[in-house]
Design a protein around this ligand. Structure first.
Ligand code: AOF
Ligand code: ZN
Length: 363
């Protein structure tokens, strides 16, 4: 199963909104005979890819290991339960449950009813964690909203408002690009674009740059030509950028943006109701565009709005050992600080920095 998990991760960032899934078949001696994984949304499922790679017919003593419960509905690619049964697979070991309402254990029942030996929950936690985004969307029909920030040891994100110092090192930067690759959209507030002029693209060694949907949050819409010359509005991926505003955002400013060729997404929530705003965004992105995840990178106002309205589902916090001192800018406002924590955080050491990440719990 550990090997099947490795195979699943080959689909990192390419399977959205589908899950990453890996599968392999071992013979009666435990030797691997074939492997497969789900390479992209719409492509063959891991089980089918694995069966296709079988060098010989399946024998009753073979066992398939698969990180996710095989699907049991036709979907776009046909039910994996049918594929396994008709190929003669007699033993299946499963990692995690598929939480989609139409699956949720049905695949296991169908296999058992067809006389297949099924074992579940092997490396269950790891297999489930890998698809935290897919699981969230399957359970809630909404995109998962994750906040990410890098802070000094004393919780600051900048020396002062206009002076953004480098907080974390290059290992943390690499990690951010890996996570950006996994998410389907990346968001920042108006001020972050104005001050930092970020590219918000995915840049990884040896892979050409790519870009997820870029969301720029603004209620007031105070865009001028200087703002519209920032990277997100002018680079090769400019068509992936949109401005997200609210019910009471000024209509003339929306018109101005549209006339300048900028995509605008107006939510029906008013700017004063932040909980409604973030909730509507999660619902609409998922239902209208199959966008299952949002990675929000700042700044302090946006992150605090998300935390204070209890809208963050997940968090990535990079902490540097540097101390910026009292006068520096806080990552989160006073109300947000201490109002939440990461439940059962996972930790990674990245050079001198530390990443903590996991589901958000409000206190
Ligand atoms: C599996 N193995 O490798 C994957 C599964 O539209 P389709 O046909 O691609 O089906 C999508 C659904 O299938 C998806 O929502 C999820 O429930 C399941 N994904 N299942 O057995 C796989 N990717
Ligand atoms: Zn399937």
């Amino acid at each position: 199963m550990a090997r099947a998990l490795e195979l699943a991760k080959r689909g990192w960032g390419a399977t959205n909104p589908n899950p990453m899934v890996g599968a392999l078949i071992v013979d009666k001696n435990g030797d691997i005979v074939a492997e497969g994984y789900h390479a992209a949304d719409g492509a063959a499922h891991a089980e089918v890819a694995c069966l296709k790679n079988m060098p010989r017919p399946v024998e009753p003593t073979d066992t398939m290991y698969v990180t996710l419960e095989p699907c049991s509905t036709k979907g776009r690619t046909g039910a994996c339960t049918d594929a396994l049964i008709s190929a003669g697979v007699k033993n299946v070991v499963i990692g995690a449950t598929d939480f989609s309402p139409e699956h949720s254990g049905r695949g296991v029942e169908i296999l058992k009813a067809a006389g297949v030996n099924v074992e579940t929950g092997v490396l269950g936690r790891e297999c489930e964690d890998l698809n935290f985004i897919f699981n969230h969307a399957a359970k809630t029909s909404k995109a998962l909203l994750a906040i990410k920030y890098a802070a000094s040891k004393d919780g600051k994100i900048a020396l002062d408002d206009g002076n953004r110092a480098h907080i974390t090192g290059k290992e943390a930067m690499h990690s951010v690009h890996e996570w950006r690759a996994l998410f389907s959209s990346i968001g920042v507030g108006f001020n972050t674009v104005k001050i930092d002029n970020p590219a918000l693209t995915v840049r990884r060694d040896g892979i050409p740059p790519s870009c997820r949907q870029r969301l720029i949050f603004s209620a007031e819409l105070n865009f001028d030509f200087d703002m519209l010359s920032k990277r997100v509005f002018t680079d090769e991926f400019e068509d992936k950028t949109r401005v997200v505003c609210c019910a009471d955002s000024p209509a003339d400013k929306m018109d101005f943006l549209r006339r300048c060729g900028v995509r605008v997404m107006q939510l029906s929530a008013p700017s004063a109701d932040r909980a409604a705003f973030w909730n509507e965004l999660k619902e609409r992105l998922f239902s209208e565009e199959r966008i299952s995840s949002i990675y929000v990178e700042g700044g302090a106002i946006t992150l605090s709005s998300i935390i204070n309205s209890r809208s963050a589902d997940y968090a990535f916090v990079y902490q540097s050992p540097k101390v910026f001192g009292e006068n520096a800018l806080d990552a989160l406002d006073e109300r947000a600080r201490g109002s939440w924590k990461i439940r059962n955080p996972k930790f990674e050491l990245l050079g001198l920095d530390k990443l903590s990440y996991g589901e958000v719990e409000y206190l």
